[in-house]
Design a protein around this ligand. Structure first.
Ligand code: GRF
Length: 179
């Protein structure tokens, strides 16, 4: 059973739902994340940092809730907080992230803008297992996305997302089969 963590619009979550992967629960660090509305038919919950004494306590509560829903594999689909060991230790080698660059190039929260600012000829998508550092961890799938003349953050991100929407469900399906 899959649990998905979201912070934003949730288009990657939508592709997992459309692919009929066994998404069992959706959680967010933001109560008003538009992505949560896509999961209104599923168990869903928000875990705002402000409601907890520490990030580790928030992550423990989120892991408790996901495991109570039967979640064994966690997918970060535009989840914009760093997960602490308190969370990762609960799902060893079972947390997957999708990132909009060819990692290890351009980690971090502004990867699309950073690639444009650096004049990169190609951007890309990486699906990887999450470890305790930011945007590191074993790479599962990766694909290049050429940068076009005149690209803005919006146009480049839109083309990157098209690739994300193909790669993320494929990687998740593979992980489920391999287990
Ligand atoms: C994606 O580009 C993902 O790579 C990045 O945040 C974006 C989330 O988009 N980490 P969405 O919320 O799935 O539409």
């Amino acid at each position: 059973m899959i649990g998905v963590l979201v912070s934003g619009t949730g288009t990657n979550l939508q592709t997992l739902l459309d692919a009929e992967l066994p998404v069992r629960a959706v959680a967010s660090n933001k109560a008003d994340a538009p992505a949560l509305a896509r999961a209104s038919h599923l168990p869903n919950a928000s875990f705002e940092l402000a409601d907890y004494a520490s990030r580790a306590e928030r992550d423990t509560a989120m892991a408790d809730w996901l495991q109570a829903q039967g979640v064994e594999l966690v997918v970060l689909a535009g989840y914009m907080h760093i997960l602490t060991p308190a969370f990762l230790e609960r799902f060893p080698a079972r947390v997957v992230n999708v990132h909009p660059s060819l990692l290890p190039e351009f980690p971090g929260a502004h990867a699309v803008a950073d690639q444009l600012a650096a004049g990169a000829a190609e951007a890309g998508v990486t699906v990887h297992l999450v470890d305790e550092d930011v945007d590191t961890g074993p790479i599962l799938l990766q694909e290049r996305v050429p940068v076009q003349a005149g690209d803005t953050v919006e146009t480049l991100h839109a083309r990157i997302k098209e690739v994300e929407h193909r790669l993320l469900p494929a990687a998740v399906e593979e992980l489920l089969c391999a287990h």
